[in-house]
Design a binder for this molecule. Structure first.
Ligand code: GLP
Length: 260
């Protein structure tokens, strides 16, 4: 695991946007060899999307040959619902860059057959050649995508039940907690682990416990992000507040490692 630490959330987002831009540029994507990018929602990625949009507008990066797969979507929210992840992605990213519509993949939380929707998503990822880089966030309880504590570390895309804690945390986007759907469709921990590279962004004090569990804790289904310890190519990008619960020695080690 690589840990990048920056003082502010903004600095961390700049690092991440630059990194993704470079990865896409050096990949030399083409219509027959697209760059397959996994994408998250949440408040943490907003600054990263702003950074990518800015770099795109400055002609520093093109998304013409980028194929995207989003991590998750609420069950029962139509794509035009203000709190759906479809709407979020459209507002913050897709409407502002040149990703071709046919290259955008998002789970449909209103599909008639949710099980078939999830199976088809896994197939679509496979058909696209697998995910080159999965960008993600981390929940306060250490979840990645919507893989709540107790999710199998080999799980695939499926219907998941959200914990009351996650619903309460995400209630800030809705008017009341009971408006937050109780279920979501989410890629599995195994789906994220299959990506050739994973980049996780964490910012703010409320993520400090999850970051410590992810980096220093045991690999456990009770903090699904901890599974990333088993991935050969993971970068965790944090601001200062998010590393507050890491041990002094851990921080020093990663600071030294970044200088090398
Ligand atoms: C939701 C999303 C996750 C995201 C998490 C943290 O639960 N399903 O993918 O990582 O929120 O989001 P935020 O960045 O808003 O803290």
């Amino acid at each position: 695991m690589r840990l990048i630490m920056r003082q502010s959330e903004k600095d961390a987002a700049v690092w991440t946007a630059d990194y993704i831009m470079q990865r896409i540029r050096f990949f030399s994507a083409s219509p027959t060899k697209p760059f397959v990018l996994g994408l998250p929602t949440g408040s943490t990625p907003i600054l990263i999307y702003q950074g990518l949009v800015g770099r795109h507008k400055a002609s520093l990066v093109s998304f013409e040959n980028v194929t995207t797969f989003n991590m998750d979507e609420y069950v029962g929210l139509a794509p035009d619902h203000p709190q759906s992840y479809h709407k979020f992605m459209d507002d913050h990213f897709f409407s502002q860059v040149n990703v071709a519509k046919e290259n955008i993949h998002m789970l449909d939380g209103c599909a008639n057959d949710l099980k078939a929707e999830c199976a088809a998503y896994e197939e679509a990822i496979k058909d696209a050649g697998g995910i080159e880089l999965f960008l993600g966030g981390i929940g306060e309880d250490g979840h990645i995508a919507f893989n709540e504590p107790g999710s199998s570390l080999t799980s695939r895309t499926r219907v998941v039940a959200l914990t009351q804690e996650t619903r309460e945390v995400n209630a800030r986007f809705f008017s009341r907690v009971d408006e937050v759907p109780k279920e979501a469709l989410s890629v599995g921990v195994g789906t994220v682990m299959d990506a050739r590279e994973v980049v996780i962004a964490a910012a703010g004090k409320r993520k400090a416990r999850a970051v410590a569990a992810c980096v220093e804790g045991p690999v456990t289904q009770m903090c699904t992000a901890s599974c990333l310890q088993m991935h050969p190519n993971v970068t965790l990008v944090c601001d200062e507040a998010a590393i507050a619960e890491l041990k002094y020695g851990t921080v020093q080690y990663y600071l030294e490692a970044e200088k090398r």
